[in-house]
Write a protein that binds this ligand. Structure first.
Ligand SMILES: Cc1cc2nc3c(=O)[nH]c(=O)nc-3n(C[C@H](O)[C@H](O)[C@H](O)COP(=O)(O)OP(=O)(O)OC[C@H]3O[C@@H](n4cnc5c(N)ncnc54)[C@H](O)[C@@H]3O)c2cc1C
Length: 388
């Protein structure tokens, strides 16, 4: 019988960070992963770390800002410990402006960044650049009215990041790959698995199984807290200039991770059956990318990838204790921002678990109670009842 203080379910970026923070806090930890670390959404190609728009500032935006600023030091620590580079770089982001309405928003957005994008020793401000500011990278004709420059955005190579995170914990906790978690008996601490695992007892469980967390929480609460939304991305080989910030345009990202490899993504697919299959769904985004970015015009597609993002029904990430009467916690639902915030979510969650109190320093909208109440309300609404 293997006994742990904490069992973490899921070897994506969120689960790996929870396990890392837990071992650093001195807990005896196992991480259970159904396939292999990075098998889910975290093992993708894109890795854009983008701030929220700074107007309408909120607790959630402040949290994400702190996470974005703090990630640079965290990836440096990971590299120092493991010798593995996560491919992190604060490369900034450019957004071509074609519509006057977009240009009209510039001043209010700039002021908001000046007010809110501040850390103790760093400050970031949105600025407006000439159409040809990055002419070798962003086609001037695609940015007729100029270019927004966001110096805060960064990139990370998801697969290298996962490898570094795994390497940072593998000798300090049990990483049980090929074990699918099925349930937890809070009264006895007994963990049950669909496959692999053996006899395991845990003092507490953190569910960080990406979109599959929602099936697990549905079994525990009877409520639907979220769903999976599929996405596809591709990577192209091209010769690129030294300065190559993320290009963001109309929902499309171009993220050049090395001088010769560039990711483009991603699709949003609500209806899907196979979480991993790729098809020609990326064709339109690829065409858009080639139009915007001259080095990609004749670039060859080297790989295609698909994954499923976890999206909570209440839209915000979920982090905290799921059940009042049992040591079952949840960390996930971050949809398109988890790569940027996972480390801070994990830090706050583990601090709460170790101190035996509700986590502090997380936005109120992340609390499982809020998500449970929203799901309950939906279930109780006459419209939902009628459809059901
Ligand atoms: C196409 C695409 C592009 C994206 N681009 C970006 C981006 O640019 N920037 C960004 O921040 N985010 C991006 N995302 C979103 C980001 O990838 C996810 O939000 C994030 O990876 C979720 O991490 P996670 O650890 O919660 O889940 P996952 O990475 O999905 O990890 C969950 C893990 O749990 C395992 N698991 C599931 N069930 C069980 C079980 N019962 N027992 C044990 N293990 C289990 C799975 O095998 C998986 O490895 C993108 C997603 C997609 C699909």
């Amino acid at each position: 019988m293997a006994t742990y203080d904490l069992l973490v379910v899921g070897g994506g970026v969120q689960g790996l960070w929870v396990a890392r923070c837990a071992v650093l806090a001195g807990l005896k930890v196992a991480l259970m992963e159904a396939e292999h670390c990075g098998a889910g959404a975290s093992g993708g190609l894109l890795g854009a770390l983008m701030p929220h728009v700074a107007t309408g500032w909120s607790e959630k935006k402040q949290f994400q800002f702190a996470a974005l600023v703090g990630l640079e030091a965290q990836t440096q620590l990971l590299q120092d410990e493991t010798g593995l580079d996560s491919g992190y770089a604060r490369c900034g982001r450019v957004m071509p402006i074609r519509a006057k309405g977009f240009l009209d928003q510039f001043e209010s957005r700039r002021i908001a960044t000046w007010q809110h994008w501040r850390a103790p020793s760093q400050r970031f401000e949105l600025s407006l650049l000439e159409t040809d500011a990055f002419r070798a990278w962003l086609a001037p004709e695609a940015a007729g009215l100029g270019v927004f420059w966001d110096p805060l955005a960064a990139r990370i190579d998801p697969q290298r990041y996962i490898a570094a995170l795994k390497a940072s914990i593998v000798e300090r906790c049990d990483v049980l790959e090929g074990c699918r978690f099925a349930g937890f008996d809070a009264a006895t601490g007994q963990v049950s698995c669909e496959s692999g695992g053996g006899d395991i007892l845990a003092g507490a469980v953190v569910l960080a199984a990406g979109y599959e967390t929602f099936g697990l929480t549905q079994a525990m609460t009877g409520l639907n807290l979220g769903r999976g939304i599929k996405g596809q991305a591709v990577v192209l080989a091209a010769k690129m200039p030294v300065e190559r910030p993320i290009i963001f345009d109309d929902g499309m990202y171009i993220v050049a991770h090395t001088p010769t490899l560039c990711a483009v993504g991603s699709t949003t697919e609500n209806d899907w059956t196979d979480p991993r299959s790729t098809d020609d769904g990326m064709a339109a985004k690829l065409e858009q990318a080639r139009r915007l970015c001259p080095p990609l015009r004749n670039a060859e597609v080297m790989a295609s990838w698909a994954g499923v993002r976890p999206q909570s029904a209440a839209r915000d990430p979920i982090a905290g204790q799921l059940l009042d009467d049992a040591p079952v916690y949840i960390a996930g639902g971050g949809f398109k921002i988890t790569l940027a915030i996972a480390h801070l979510v994990a830090d706050r969650l583990i601090d709460g678990i170790v101190q035996n109190r509700a986590p502090t320093g997380l936005p109120a909208s992340f609390a499982p109670d809020v998500h449970v109440a929203a799901a309950q309300k939906k279930l109780d609404s006459p419209v939902t009842a009628e459809i059901a």
